[in-house]
Design a protein around this ligand. Structure first.
Ligand code: BES
Ligand code: MN
Ligand code: ZN
Length: 498
């Protein structure tokens, strides 16, 4: 995608489509007013006749508007005047792209970046614009046979700015938005692929492919033999029932000299049957999404390496399939983690923490500046926060605050969650150093406490993304979250935000 900025009047730009906005009660956005003036009041007329709606998410596409150079004018609703926020802005942009998706539109000029949007500026508006376009254009039809709908051939996106002084910020926002949208698409693809395609071995191939063609990025794979040698008995206990070989993927992006790396660890359970503690059948297909943590950290790596941020970023993905079989781990089995701590596996369906603990211990060798693990870890998290916010746990307030803030500015929100000795005590086992489940109550918190036992000496956070990583129902599919939150956090740490 190519991007440009322009200060020119919306009616004067020769392009395939110009996107303009209207508010409730006939109030026109900046671009809409320019089109209205040039076209003898066409927009106002259509609002009066009820042919243009102002609710957010509605869009009317006009063609051959007299006095306007663009071939099409997409008029989108912006809702109540003075109340537009970044979520509404993104919805409006996405709605305009969806309305155009059957057309042959190659270039658009988005004038919505001229609007006043709460807590936003030209950088974030351009970024949100490009991210929303990426979301709206995203399709996953690679596994459908037959003739596929041709995607809209969009190749150039312009953003209107009021003064040329905003050009640099806007260009930077578009560039970052493009990288983040690409990272989100990488994560969505991996999440949406079924478990018979997206195996641990498939994840290794994708990670290697990402690294080829990027001089600063390398990928290294640990085999089961390597992991056994390292003493990862906890991780190995999860893959015991599967014939798919487990892998540990280590990606290193080095562009920060001798600075300590940021390390992202992603849960890569390519399918979670629950193991011997088998899950119920209904809706079990959705456990193909149990590698969305892995997908999001790989997607974030794609975004950061494309932006060439001046940091060191490592990604560690423990990838396994959790299956029942006669070789599978059984409830009550006791395993030894790489840290030396022993674990009584009271429920084989609490497998995410069993692979993450060994990945966290392994990552200590990198002496991380900060380490963040991302996991579809608990159904309890969905009970606590629903499908809107990621749970943010951390062993220090600064990191928790930074991730919370990054979630807000990137419109990929989280919520700070507690830990502490009372919760941690729920992990007591009569036979081993700890149990892998914490009993009734606070399931997402006790899972975090379990991981916390493997992070001493590190600046650590844990994101439970069980509620946000994918959607169920008619819109079933991966969301690519929390790629925007993680990217925002790293952009901020790299000092790359304007
Ligand atoms: N992958 C699941 C968590 C999950 C469940 C995410 C439903 C999204 C929707 C995880 O491995 C799991 O099964 N957790 C158990 C833990 C329990 C046995 C302590 C759960 O949440 O039921
Ligand atoms: Mn499970
Ligand atoms: Zn799981």
């Amino acid at each position: 995608m190519k991007y440009f900025t322009t200060t020119s009047n919306a009616s004067k730009r020769a392009t395939d489509c110009v996107i303009v906005g209207v508010y409730n009660r006939g109030k026109l956005g900046v671009g809409a007013a320019e089109i209205d003036t040039a076209s003898n009041g066409r927009i106002q007329k259509l609002i009066k006749t009820g042919d243009i709606a102002s609710q957010i998410g509605r869009c009317t596409v006009l063609t051959e508007v007299a006095g306007v150079k663009a071939a099409r004018v997409a008029v989108v609703g912006l809702g109540k005047s003075g109340a537009l926020d970044a979520i509404g802005f993104k919805k409006a942009v996405a709605a305009s792209i969806r309305s155009l998706s059957n057309s042959k539109t190659r270039q658009i000029l988005n004038t919505l970046t001229l609007e006043t949007v709460k807590n936003s500026d030209s950088y974030y508006l351009a970024r949100h614009s490009v991210e929303a376009i990426g979301d709206a254009l995203y399709k996953f039809d690679q596994l459908k046979s037959g003739r596929k709908k041709k995607p809209m051939p969009l190749s150039t996106v312009g953003h209107s700015i009021a003064k040329s002084g905003a050009a640099a910020k806007t260009a930077r926002g578009a560039e970052h938005g493009d990288a983040i949208a690409n990272g989100v698409a990488v994560a969505k693809d991996l999440g949406n692929l079924p478990s018979n395609v997206c195996t641990p071995s498939y994840l290794t191939r994708i990670a290697k492919k990402l690294a080829s063609g990027n001089g600063k990025l390398t990928t290294q794979i640990l085999s089961e033999a390597d992991m056994k040698r390292l003493g990862m008995g906890s991780l190995m206990s999860v893959t015991a029932g599967s014939t798919e070989p487990a892998k540990m993927i280590v990606m290193k992006y080095k562009n920060g000299g001798s600075k300590r790396p940021y390390v992202l660890v992603g849960k890569g359970v390519t399918f979670d049957t629950g193991g011997i503690s088998l899950k119920p059948g209904s809706g079990m297909d959705e456990m193909k999404f149990d590698m969305c943590g892995a997908a999001s950290v790989i997607g974030t790596m794609a975004a950061i390496s494309r932006m060439q941020l001046p940091i060191n970023l490592y990604v560690v993905v423990p990838a396994v399939e959790n299956m029942p079989s006669s070789t599978a781990t059984k409830p009550g089995d006791i395993v030894k983690s790489m840290s030396g701590q022993t674990i009584e596996v009271l429920n084989t369906d609490a497998e995410g923490r069993l692979i993450l603990c060994d990945a966290l211990t392994y990552s200590k060798r990198f002496k991380p500046e900060a380490i963040i693990d991302v996991a579809t870890l608990t159904g309890a998290c969905v009970v606590a926060l629903g499908h809107h916010r990621s749970a943010i746990y951390a062993n220090n307030d600064d990191l928790q605050d930074a991730l919370f803030a990054a979630g807000k500015t990137s419109e990929d929100i989280g919520w700070p969650m507690p830990m502490g000795p009372q919760y941690d005590a729920q992990l007591k086992s009569n036979f081993a150093d700890m149990a892998n489940i914490g009993g009734a109550g606070g399931g997402s918190v006790t899972a975090a406490c379990f991981l916390g036992r493997y992070t001493s000496g590190m600046n650590w956070a844990h994101l439970d993304i069980a509620g946000v990583a994918w959607k169920s129902g008619a819109q079933k599919g991966s969301t690519g979250r929390p790629v925007p939150m993680l990217s925002e956090y790293l952009l901020s740490r790299a000092g790359a935000l304007p």
